[in-house]
Design a protein around this ligand. Structure first.
Ligand SMILES: Cc1cc2nc3c(=O)[nH]c(=O)nc-3n(C[C@H](O)[C@H](O)[C@H](O)COP(=O)(O)OP(=O)(O)OC[C@H]3O[C@@H](n4cnc5c(N)ncnc54)[C@H](O)[C@@H]3O)c2cc1C
Length: 347
């Protein structure tokens, strides 16, 4: 069995750049390695953390258990009809690399999800989304290993209970399964989605005359590069909070007090309010607290200027939540997974 490494810094393995240590760490290159570890008597009682690209995590302290770093590679087209292709990718594949692969093959459906950091295995966890497209729209199925038994189960779209930045793996089955691979069903005939954000403006600025999935991917990449801080230069995990939804009566009451308040009606008749707007109204944009702060242009993005601790970012997040709650009566919840393990370990 592959022996885990001990006392490994996770600083370069999370995009916040938090210098947490893992008591044990192992890079998982195959299902067999993973199963052997999960069934090993000395490993079974340890707390476990599955790690992908570390772009949606906040470590509050050292991790006293074992970090299972998913590094399985491989992408294959496993089925094809006149209209669609089914592409299967292993959990450790970089998400953006998969998008570029599909765009190059002429497979449509995920071009709007270009440049989202992280791995394929984490994409179903929070049902990633951007620029008017969500992962669940192209999801076919996945295979996952049960942590307690090492058994592999198949999950259909219905099984995954996808929601807005949610899935069954983040809720009822949290910590119980490790996603091994994901199969996407992608149309060969694209249904271009250009309504969202600055896509149309950017396509025009790029002098794109004939729309293509490559052009959309390029424009999304351009927008993201100009808008979002690059974690390699400024530690962050993208949007820290989810956009809250409120009932229409509350929205109408707030609208009387704040006529500029944006709101987007949802299918369930609730109104989604941009968390970035709420946070900015509370004066947080660009605020700095020691080594951590709120990004100067993107109020949803909390940043680590260097050397910040997870606890500091968490305290900042709590202060933001409190002020939004006090001013608007709206709770905002983190999108980022907060990794908290109470017992610290001895070196
Ligand atoms: C600059 C920036 C921009 C971003 N933009 C977007 C965006 O536009 N849209 C969006 O949706 N997200 C966005 N994100 C968030 C992030 O990229 C996604 O959530 C991504 O899917 C996380 O992938 P990861 O591999 O880094 O996951 P990690 O951070 O490593 O893990 C996230 C969670 O998934 C679990 N996990 C990881 N792999 C597996 C697995 N194989 N099996 C089971 N559980 C697993 C982890 O235990 C953890 O709970 C952004 C992040 C950054 C830093």
């Amino acid at each position: 069995m592959l022996l885990p490494q001990e006392n490994i810094s996770l600083k370069d393995l999370n995009t916040f750049g938090i210098n947490a240590q893992a008591r044990y760490y192992v890079r998982i290159n195959s299902e067999e390695t993973l199963r052997d570890l999960l069934l090993c008597k000395t490993i079974q009682p340890l707390p476990k953390l599955v790690l992908g690209g570390g772009s949606n995590l906040l470590f509050l302290n050292d991790f006293p258990g074992i970090v299972l770093h998913m590094a399985t590679t491989g992408v294959a087209t496993i089925r094809e009809t006149k209209a669609d292709v089914w592409v299967k990718a292993n959990a450790g594949v970089n998400w953006h690399a998969l998008v570029l692969h599909c765009v190059a093959q002429g497979y449509a459906g995920i071009e709007n999800l270009s440049l989202i950091p992280g791995t394929v295995g984490a994409a179903p966890m929070q049902n990633i989304g951007a620029y008017g497209v969500t992962f669940s729209e192209v999801f076919d199925s996945l295979e996952a290993m049960e942590v307690c038994s090492g058994k592999i189960s198949h999950f259909s779209k219905e099984d995954c209970s996808f929601g807005y930045r949610e899935s069954i793996f983040k809720k009822e089955l949290y910590g119980q399964y490790i996603i091994l691979n994901v199969t996407l069903k992608l149309p060969k005939q694209p249904a271009f989605q250009t309504d969202y954000g600055a896509i149309q403006r950017t396509l025009a600025a790029m002098h794109v005359e004939t729309l293509s999935i490559k052009a959309i991917s390029d424009s999304v990449i351009k927008i993201r590069q100009s808008k979002l801080p690059n974690p390699k230069r400024l530690g962050n995990a993208g949007s820290f909070f989810k956009n809250p939804t409120i009932v229409q009566s509350q929205f109408l009451q707030l609208k009387k007090l704040y006529p500029d308040m944006p709101g987007y009606p949802q299918e369930d008749a609730q109104i989604k309010v941009p968390a970035a707007w709420l946070i900015e109204q509370c004066g947080w944009k660009g605020q700095r607290k020691g080594a951590v702060g709120v990004h100067k242009d993107q109020p949803l993005v909390l940043v680590n200027y260097g050397g910040g601790r997870g606890q500091e970012i968490y305290q900042l997040a709590q202060a933001i939540q409190q002020s939004v709650q006090t001013r608007f009566g709206i709770p905002i919840c983190p999108e980022v997974n907060i990794i908290q393990c109470c017992s610290s370990f001895e070196n």
